[in-house]
Design a protein. Structure first.
Length: 98
């Protein structure tokens, strides 16, 4: 059985909001950022351990990971069945432990 990508509703809303905010200045830039983030997320299907454990996750046993691209930090959790996108935040925002 192949792994699936599942977005938490809150993460999806934050992603859409970020792309909308970028597109106010540049539609091209927004499309580029959106494509880059989605491509990196898609790569996780084959290599979920690619990125380091999320340093902002309390009591992290290694299944919570995070990566940064285009000034956005994407946190996710994985197992054999799924990759769950948990949050997307601009790196200038204060980090939140969870």
């Amino acid at each position: 059985m192949a792994r699936k990508i599942i977005w938490e509703e809150h993460a999806l809303k934050l992603f859409a909001k970020a792309i909308k905010r970028i597109s106010k200045d540049s539609v091209q830039q927004a499309e580029m950022v959106e494509k880059a983030i989605l491509e990196k997320i898609e790569e996780l299907l084959n290599h979920p351990e690619k990125y380091p454990p999320d340093k902002f996750k309390l009591h992290n046993d290694g299944i919570f990971r995070a990566f940064e691209t285009h000034s956005y930090r994407i946190s996710y959790k994985f197992n054999d069945q799924e990759i769950r996108i948990l949050r997307i935040r601009h790196i200038r925002q204060s980090p939140k432990l969870y």
